[in-house]
Design a protein around this ligand. Sequence first.
Ligand SMILES: Cc1cc2nc3c(=O)[nH]c(=O)nc-3n(C[C@H](O)[C@H](O)[C@H](O)COP(=O)(O)OP(=O)(O)OC[C@H]3O[C@@H](n4cnc5c(N)ncnc54)[C@H](O)[C@@H]3O)c2cc1C
Length: 425
Amino acid sequence: MPQPVGGFALKKRYSVFAIAREAARHHLGWERAWASPAPKAKYDAIIVGAGGHGLATAYYLGKNHGVRNVAIIEKGWLGGGNTGRNTTIIRSNYLQDPSAAIYEKSRSLYEGLSQDLNYNVMFSPRGVMMLAQTQHEIRGYQRTAYANKLQGVDTEFISPQRVKELCPIMDIDGPRYPVLGALWQPRGGTARHDAVAWGYARACSDMGMDIIQQCEVTAIHQSQGKVTGVSTTKGEISCDKLGVVVAGHSSVLAGMAGFRLPIESLALQALVSEPIKPCMDVVVMANTVHGYMSQSDKGEMVIGGGTDGFNNYTQRGSFHHIEETVRALVETFPMISRLKMLRQWGGIVDMTGDRSPIISKTPVGNIFVNCGWGTGGFKAIPGSGWAMAELMAKGEPGPLAAEFSMDRFRAGKFIDESVAAGVAH
Ligand SMILES: Cc1cc2nc3c(=O)[nH]c(=O)nc-3n(C[C@H](O)[C@H](O)[C@H](O)COP(=O)(O)OP(=O)(O)OC[C@H]3O[C@@H](n4cnc5c(N)ncnc54)[C@H](O)[C@@H]3O)c2cc1C
C-alpha cells in the first residue's frame, strides 16, 4: 500500500519490514530506485545538473510548490560531480547573517532528511571543530561564536584542553602551530554524499519527474528575452523555466545563455587512508595549516586539502597536493604518518569573490542560476534546493535567497565569507 510521505506517495517504502520481506524472498522484489526515461518534448521546468543541489531543487519544487512536470538533465551520472567527490562536512557556523540563515536551514533539514526522503543519508551530527592555531584565528572564531549566538546557531569557542578531550589523537602542543582553542559546533557533522543524491533522486522519480542521465546540455534557446528550451545530446527539449545548477561548469552554461557569471572554476582535492579502527568521532578543520580530517563509517581517514592555484576543469588529484596536505596535518595528527593512503581525487568547484553562493534570476527571463558554493556546498544541499525551488516557482527569491542575487557584485553588497571561513568546506 503506498504511504503518503511529504504530500506525495512513494511506490514502496524502505523499512525494517521491507528488508525482512526481501530477505525471505532472495531480494527479488526490490524496485529500481529511480526510472531512466527518454526525455519528453516539453517540461514546465528543466534543471540542468543532477548533483545534490539540482536534485534538491527539483524535490522541493515538487514537494513545496506542486511543480512536478520537471526534468533533471545530467551529462554524466547523477551525483557524479562534486556531490560524489566531497568530504561531506556539514556545519552552519558562518559569520554573516544571510549565510548563517541558509546554512542553518540546511543543517536543520539534514537532521530529518532520512525520514523525509525515506532513505538513510547517514547524517551523523558528531560535531565539527575549527582549530584556532594563531592569535588571529582566536579573535576571528570568538567573533564568529558571538555572531552565531545572535543568529541562533549553536556554537562555542572551546579551550585547548576541551579540544584534546574531544579528539585525543591530536597533539595540541604541535611544534609550529599549537592548538589555542577551537570554534565548536556540536550539531555539525557529516552525511553519506552518494546517499543524499540517491535519496533525492528516488523521491523525485517517485513524484513523476524525469532524471535523464548521459545527456549533455549543449545550447540554451530563448525568444524575446525568455528561455524556450535546450539542445541536448538526446535532442531538443522545450521548457517554461530553466534552472542552471552545474557547480564548476556554471560559466559554461551561462555562456550558452549569453551572460557572464563572476565565477572561477578550480580543482579541489581530497584523499582517504586505508580503513582503521575508530579513533576519531569529530570532524576537525585546521585552517592555518590548511587541512581537515574526519573518519568515515568504513574507518578511512577522510582528508581534504586546498584548491589548485590556477583555474582549470580537470577532475583529478595530484601528488603535490597529497604531500602538502599530509605535511600540514601530520604536526597536529602525528598518527597519520603511519597510515597508507588509498585514493585521491579532485572536483571542479565554482568560486565567487566573496566565497558566498549565487541563487539568482539572470538577464534572461525564466533562467535561474544556483552556483558559487565553491568548496563548501555539500552542507548546503537541502537549504539551497529549498531556496532555489522557491525562486523558480515564484519567479522571485524568498527570504533565504534574497541576499544571494548575482547583482550584489555590481552593487558591491558582498557577503564576505572569504575572510570568515578560510578553508570553506
Ligand atoms: C574535494 C572536495 C571536497 C569538498 N568538501 C566539502 C565538504 O566537506 N563540505 C561541503 O559542504 N562541501 C564540500 N565540497 C563542495 C561540494 O562538493 C560542492 O559545493 C557541492 O557538491 C556542489 O553540488 P552541486 O550539485 O552544485 O554540483 P555537482 O555535484 O558538481 O553537480 C553538478 C552536475 O552538473 C552536471 N553538468 C555540468 N555541465 C552540464 C551540462 N552541460 N549538461 C548536463 N549536466 C551538466 C555535472 O556533470 C554534475 O553532475 C567539496 C568539493 C570537493 C571537490
